[in-house]
Write a protein that binds this ligand. Structure first.
Ligand code: GUN
Length: 294
């Protein structure tokens, strides 16, 4: 058996098309243009690429994108003052502060300063708390992308055994909460889990978000399982020439593909879904702020 490859690039385009339609409807029926502010501190090259892509795709979806680049040595109080100004700006419906922040800044203080209704990253404790209790808050983008892909692939997730590998605030914890809300039986494993192989072997759904290249061996996968690989790890690729690298996920792809029913590739799987879900969250936030039911 060879798995179906879940095409995240194509699916992200479908999500973005839906966002663009919603943005057009908001303009014609309510005269509203959603606005997303993205703030980056410092010059981390990977973060700069992400932020540029976010701003470009915001414009392509017909929304206003506001991009702020602050110097590496920006004091925490100044960044929080910027967030407060964006909280008060009616043209801004969503705020994202790119992480990680420089070491001298307390990330949780900055994320905590974002108005929860504009927290399109879903990282504010109010939104994390809503996700862990009644639901209804903003949901983090990568976990939302994982769930959309799983539902598109499997339909109803009720009763499935889901294994989440990783316990980060950005991915592992929220994706586990979302799977629970879909009536899965959820196990959370992490880098200190003993006998990860047997946890993987029991799972109908594996979401790998541990950040360790090819940690999950393909031979562990239960035949017929669905695998969502959130990892994006750059590793040396001497076969491509001296000094060359390639991207791999947290799952050993070739061997997993031979056993799974469906699997996301790296790159081209979960990655493209994250920004698409950020745009979707910005529309959701705009509608909630204006009491609009699209
Ligand atoms: N850095 C890497 N991923 C993310 C994300 O989803 N949100 C933010 N704010 N920063 C990130």
């Amino acid at each position: 058996m060879t798995a179906t490859i879940i095409d995240g690039k194509a699916f992200a385009q479908t999500v973005r098309d839906g966002v663009a339609r919603d943005v057009a409807t908001l303009a014609t029926t309510h005269g509203i243009k959603p606005g997303l502010a993205v703030v980056i501190v410092g010059h981390d090259p990977a973060s700069q690429v992400y932020v540029r892509n976010k701003v470009r795709q915001t414009a392509e979806a017909g929304m206003n994108g506001f991009h702020f680049e602050l110097p590496e040595d920006t004091p925490e109080a100044e960044l929080i003052a910027k967030v407060n100004a964006l909280n008060a700006d009616p043209a801004v419906n969503g705020i994202l502060v790119q992480l990680p922040l420089p070491k001298h800044i307390d990330e949780s203080a900055v994320v905590g300063a974002i108005a929860p209704e504009k927290d399109v990253d879903g990282l504010h404790v109010v939104n994390a708390g809503l996700l862990a209790s009644s639901g209804g808050g903003m949901v983090p983008c990568t976990p939302l992308g994982c769930i959309l892909m799983l539902k598109d692939t499997l339909g109803n997730l009720t009763g499935k055994k889901a294994l989440v590998i990783g316990r980060s605030i950005l991915v592992g914890k929220p994706v586990a909460q979302l799977l629970l809300a879909e009536n899965c039986t959820v196990t959370i494993a992490h880098s200190r889990t003993q006998d990860l192989a047997s946890e993987v072997a029991a799972a109908d759904i594996v979401v790998a978000a541990v950040g360790i290249p090819e940690m999950v061996k393909g031979g562990w996968i239960k035949p017929g399982a669905t695998v969502i690989d959130v990892g994006i790890n750059r590793v040396p690729a001497p076969e491509r020439g001296e000094g060359k690298t390639r991207l791999v996920g947290d799952v050993e792809f070739a061997t997993a593909e031979a056993r799974a029913d469906a699997i996301t590739p790296v790159p081209g799987g979960v990655g493209p879904m994250t920004i698409a879900c950020l745009l979707k969250n910005t529309v959701t936030a705009t509608c909630k702020q204006n009491n609009i039911d699209l």
